[in-house]
Design a protein around this ligand. Structure first.
Ligand SMILES: *[C@@H]1O[C@H](CO)[C@@H](O)[C@H](O)[C@H]1NC(C)=O
Length: 241
């Protein structure tokens, strides 16, 4: 009898827990969806534009971080942002590619860590977001000679990337857009021969279930991809074919 009621309690608790955690996941996804929307872009942009010191990248980043303390935000955040900068300084790429500009936070992190000869191409499929991101990157003090925002879906941007690269290849990629796109985009970058040997790839949010096929692909080819690091869902790997 005692055992039976214990079993019932465990069953109820398990069920309840599953529902609770799925509720939590729904709420998180709803918040992210909300933040993906244009309202979030506009309010992030307005907050940063009004409250930062124009021309100072450090102030722009701090104002983003301040915003993220009180609002849902999709910016990569200070901790991962600093890590991205560290990687960019180490790799010192002449050509960096970012997929998912959002409001420009990680673009600014990349740009200020690039060597003087370095350029950034950053891809954003949403027109309003791309405009907001570009304006904030300019506010941070970077010039159109250092970066270009390509407004199109990532597959389309990668298909036409060679026309923006000239004879350069991509030496660093940050993927921070739709995780479902990570695998097709990586395969396209590979098949078009756009990646330099030793290219470093940073992929954000790989803990999301949508990134599973991407991770399986990477793990199935240990001879071509070396995983260097994985912290807080940010994966760093080397492409060494
Ligand atoms: C600027 O920052 C202040 C204080 O943090 C905030 O109340 C205000 O709404 C911000 N401005 C905009 C336009 O978001």
């Amino acid at each position: 009898m005692w055992l039976l009621s214990l079993a019932v309690m465990v069953a109820v608790a398990t069920r309840y827990w599953a529902e609770l955690s799925s509720l939590g996941r729904c709420a998180l996804h709803a918040a992210l969806r909300l933040c993906r929307g244009k309202a979030c872009v506009r309010s992030t942009h307005a907050f940063v534009f009004v409250n930062c010191t124009h021309g100072k990248a450090q102030s722009v980043l701090e104002t983003f971080d301040l915003y993220a303390r009180a609002h849902p935000s999709l910016a990569i955040g200070r901790e991962k942002g600093e890590y991205v900068e560290e990687v960019v300084r180490r790799v010192a790429p002449n050509q960096a590619l970012e997929l998912g500009t959002h409001c420009g936070y990680s673009s600014i992190r990349i740009l200020r860590a690039l060597p003087p000869s370095g350029r950034l191409l950053t891809v954003e499929k949403d027109l309003v977001t791309a405009d907001a991101g570009e304006e904030i990157i300019l506010v941070a003090g970077f010039k159109n000679t250092q970066f270009q925002v390509l407004t199109s879906p990532s597959v389309e941007a990668i298909t036409h990337l060679h026309s923006h690269l000239g004879d350069k290849l991509v030496e660093l990629v940050l993927m921070d857009h739709d995780v479902q796109q990570y695998l097709p985009d990586l395969m396209l970058l590979e098949s078009r021969g756009l990646l330099a040997t030793g290219c470093v790839l940073l992929a954000n949010n790989v803990q999301l279930s949508g990134a599973r096929s991407f991770l399986d692909y990477i793990r199935s080819q240990p001879g071509r991809y070396c995983i260097n690091n994985l912290t807080q869902g940010l994966l760093e790997l080397n492409w060494c074919p």
